[in-house]
Design a protein around this ligand. Sequence first.
Ligand code: SF4
Ligand code: SF4
Ligand code: F3S
Length: 268
Amino acid sequence: VASAKRPSVIWLHFQECTGCTESLLRAEHPTLEKLILDVISLDYHETLFAAAGHQAEAARKDAMKANKGKYLLVVEGAIPIKDKGIYCKVGGQTAVDMVKECAADAGAVVAIGSCASWGGMPSTGGNPTGASSAGEVLGKVIPNIPGCPPNPYNFLSTVVHYLTFGKLPDVDQLGRPKFAYSRLIHDNCERRAHFDAGRFAMEFGDVGHRKGYCLYKLGCKGPETYANCPTILFGDVGCASWPVGTGHPCIGCTEKGVGFSKPIHELA
Ligand code: SF4
Ligand code: SF4
Ligand code: F3S
């Protein structure tokens, strides 16, 4: 993947918690420093930038001009469209205008996280700002790497595929790469035998919970959630696990309309 001229990546942050970037910071193969120093040229990223203010915006514009039609645009966070987009501005520019401007000359656009993929957390509770996905704002299906946060390797694999083959991987009807989001969590869960045998945790901390029984009756959304969490796991440092592995039901964070991707007032 490494080449003399590293491919330019422009990374935008909008309505979000930066957890997606935090997730990527914890990847070990490759590490983030290997990625941004040897593989890609990260030309704009508000969290990781040393520059600030006008310098940062100038770097973005320079990178867009120098890599017109070739740079990879990554969108983290939802984009508020209500009231002409005034609820999120960067350098005086609304998120709506910025994402459209940056997408116009991008070689490819990828949405990272459930906020950018479906609106996520910012779109809950009646969605007062009109928080929308990057795909909705751009008016097209773009590759979505949902999750809150997503697994960093699902994002990195998508980027490496793009850099290696010059195109993005195959996606499902929701724009999610099939290599990561084509299998039900429920079908790969280590608690599945308990589900099939009717052994359930009924309360957090009860005997069933402590014995590792199925979490379905605590609200697990594994039977309706497509993601590779049980097989790829999170965290590389000896204690890799995933939500259900640690005793918490899956909340369906990779799905549109499941868990908090539904407005809060619709949640049970
Ligand atoms: Fe944060 Fe989740 Fe949104 Fe990522 S998807 S920015 S982790 S709220
Ligand atoms: Fe399915 Fe969730 Fe039970 Fe695992 S814990 S078997 S994903 S319902
Ligand atoms: Fe999200 Fe469920 Fe995986 S909550 S991280 S899709 S186990």
